[in-house]
Design a protein around this ligand. Structure first.
Ligand code: SAM
Ligand code: SF4
Length: 479
C-alpha cells in the first residue's frame, strides 16, 4: 500500500485537516496557579473534529483534578488523539507511541493512552500484541476515561471503544485549548452515515447524530460573552444536521440552527465545516444570504470530477449535478468563497477521469483545496470491492497536476480581490512581524496589513483595502 501525501494549498485557512497542527500538544492551564496531583499531556492528529474532541477530553480530565503539561516527560498520563483517515497518519502515531514507550521504561507509573479513530481498529494490536499502551478509548467513550484511568492505575488495561448512537457530549463545556480567544469550533454533530467508499470515518466514528440545538446555542452564547467573535459549527456533514427536541416542537434543521446562532449577535461571525454537496440546500444558501454575519464561504468537497469515479466513490452526485450546485451558490451568494477536497488516483481512475477532475476544478474556480492521493483504508467499501490499481507514480503525478492547477486558481482568485475592500476580523499579529495584523475576510481568506498608529486589537472588525496578494494571502491597508 503506498503512503499518502496530503498537499494543502492555502496554509492559513480554517482547516479541515491542518498538516501544520498534526501532533500539536496542548497546555491550556500551564500558568494555572493551582497545583495538580497529576498531569496529563495530550497530542492531537487528524481533522478539526479530533482537535475539538481533545478539548472535551481536557474538560473531563480537569474535572478529575488533572492539570495539563506541554512536556510529556513530566506527564503522568500521555494521550494521543489519533486519526485513521490516511495510512500516513497512522504511521506517525505508531512512531510516536514507540517513543513514549521508552519513557515509560524509566517511569513505569506513567500511563499511555490512545484515543480517537485508531482505537477501535487497532486496540488488540496496541494492547496485547505490541503492548504499547495502557488505555484505548474510542471517540464515544471519553466520559468513561476516569474509570478507565483507575483501572489502568491498578495494572489492568483500560479499554472502551464502544460506539454510541446518541453520545454528543452536549452538556460538556470544552476547555478551549491553544485558542486565540477570538475564533472557536463548536461541534454540532458526530459520526457520519454517508458511506463514501474510500472513507473510514463511518467505521471509526459511528452513526450520525445531532447535538441538542439549545446546548449549541448556549455554548456559542457563552463564547460570545467571553469575547469570542467567530464560531465554526463543526461536523462531518453539517448540512444533514437534524435535531428533534425531546419536549416536542419543530425539528431544527441546519439552516434553522445557523439562524439561531447568527441571531446571538451581529458581531458574532458564523462559519461551518464540512458540507456534503448533496445536502447543501437552497434553504441553507438563502439563510446564508439573509445574515451578514454568516460567512460567505463554503467548503464543498468534490473528490473527483468524473461521474463514473464519483459513482464508485458512492458520492451520490454526478459531475453535472455538482457544477449546477456551484452555479446555484454563485447565483444566491455572489462572491462566496468556495473550497474543495480532491482525491487523485482512486481505484480504476483513467487519464480521462483525471482530466474531468481538472476540468471541474477550473469550472468551480476554487479559492483553495485540500488535495490527497488515494490511500486504501482497511474495512472500507472500496477496500472490499475494488482493487487499489493506480500505480503510486501515476497517483503522484496526477496529484501534482491537481496541486499546480489549484495554485493557479488560488492566485487568480486572490488577484481578483486586489483594489477591493473587505471587512476583516483581526485574529492576531501576523506570523512575520508584530507590526502587522492578520485576520480573515468573510470568504475565509487570510488578510495581512500594517497596524499603523491605530489602536486596534484582536477581535476588532476593520475595513481593509487589498493592495497586493500572494497565492495564499491578501495584503492590504486599513481604510
Ligand atoms: N466529511 C468530510 C466530507 O465529506 O467532506 C470530510 C472528511 S475527511 C476527514 C477529509 C477528506 O479526506 C475527504 O474529503 C477526502 O478528500 C479525504 N480522504 C478521506 N479518505 C481518504 C482516503 N482513503 N484516501 C485519500 N483521501 C481521503
Ligand atoms: Fe467520509 Fe463521506 Fe462521511 Fe465525509 S461524508 S466523513 S468523506 S463518509
Amino acid at each position: 500500500m503506498p503512503p499518502i501525501l496530503g498537499y494543502m494549498f492555502d496554509l492559513a485557512t480554517t482547516k479541515v485537516h491542518d498538516e501544520k497542527r498534526q501532533g500539536e500538544a496542548y497546555a491550556p492551564f500551564e500558568k494555572d496557579p493551582n497545583t495538580f496531583s497529576r498531569r496529563f499531556y495530550i497530542e492531537s492528529y487528524g481533522c478539526q473534529m479530533n482537535f475539538s474532541d481533545s478539548e472535551i477530553v481536557a474538560s473531563i480530565l480537569t474535572a478529575e483534578g488533572f492539570g495539563a503539561t506541554r512536556n510529556f516527560q513530566e506527564a503522568d498520563l500521555i494521550l494521543l488523539n489519533t486519526c485513521s483517515i490516511r495510512e500516513k497518519a497512522e504511521q506517525t502515531v505508531r512512531k510516536r507511541l514507540t517513543e513514549f514507550r521508552k519513557l515509560k521504561k524509566g517511569r513505569p507509573s506513567t500511563l499511555i493512552g490512545v484515543l480517537g479513530c485508531m482505537a477501535e481498529r487497532l486496540k488488540a494490536k496496541f494492547l496485547e500484541e505490541e503492548k504499547l499502551v495502557d488505555l484505548v478509548v474510542g471517540p464515544d467513550a471519553y466520559r468513561t476515561l476516569p474509570q478507565l484511568i483507575t483501572e489502568a492505575d491498578s495494572g489492568q488495561k483500560g479499554v472502551n471503544v464502544l460506539l454510541s448512537r446518541d453520545e454528543t457530549y452536549a452538556d460538556i463545556s470544552p476547555v478551549r485549548l491553544n485558542s486565540n480567544g477570538i475564533t472557536a469550533f463548536v461541534s454540532i454533530m458526530r459520526g457520519c452515515n454517508n458511506m463514501c467508499s474510500f472513507c473510514v470515518v463511518p467505521f471509526t466514528r459511528g452513526r450520525e447524530r445531532s447535538r441538542d440545538a439549545q446546548s449549541i446555542v448556549r455554548e456559542c452564547q457563552e463564547l460570545f460573552d467571553s469575547g469570542y467573535k467567530e464560531v465554526t459549527l463543526l461536523g462531518q456533514n453539517v448540512d444533514s444536521y437534524y435535531f428533534v427536541p425531546e419536549a416536542g416542537g419543530k425539528p431544527v434543521t441546519f439552516a434553522s440552527l445557523m439562524e439561531m446562532v447568527a441571531l446571538i449577535s451581529p458581531l458574532l461571525r458564523v462559519r461551518f465545516s464540512t458540507s456534503h454537496p448533496k445536502d447543501i440546500t437552497d434553504e441553507v444558501l438563502f439563510t446564508m444570504a439573509k445574515y451578514e454575519n454568516i460567512c460567505k464561504y463554503i467548503h464543498l468537497p468534490l473528490q473527483s470530477g468524473s461521474t463514473r469515479v464519483l459513482q464508485l466513490m458512492n458520492r451520490s452526485y454526478t459531475r453535472e449535478w455538482y457544477m449546477a450546485k456551484v452555479d446555484r451558490i454563485r447565483e444566491i451568494l455572489p462572491g462566496c468563497g468556495i473550497s474543495s477536497d480532491v482525491i487523485a488516483g482512486f481505484c480504476t481512475e483513467t487519464q480521462e477521469d483525471h482530466r474531468h477532475t481538472l476540468d471541474v476544478m477550473e469550472y468551480a474556480q476554487y479559492d483553495m483545496s485540500y488535495m490527497f492521493f488515494y490511500s486504501e483504508r482497511p474495512g472500507t467499501l472500496a477496500q472490499r470491492r475494488y482493487k487499489d490499481d493506480i500505480p503510486e507514480e501515476v497517483k503522484k503525478r496526477r496529484l501534482q497536476e491537481i496541486v499546480e492547477l489549484q495554485g493557479k486558481l488560488s492566485h487568480q482568485s486572490n488577484k481578483k480581490d486586489v483594489d477591493k475592500t473587505f471587512t476583516v476580523l483581526i485574529e492576531a499579529d501576523s506570523k512575520k512581524t508584530d507590526k502587522d495584523w492578520m485576520g480573515r475576510s468573510s470568504q475565509n481568506k487570510v488578510v495581512v496589513f500594517p497596524k499603523g498608529n491605530r489602536n486596534h486589537k484582536p477581535g476588532d472588525y476593520v475595513q481593509v483595502k487589498v493592495t497586493d496578494c500572494t497565492q495564499a494571502t491578501l495584503l492590504g491597508e486599513l481604510v
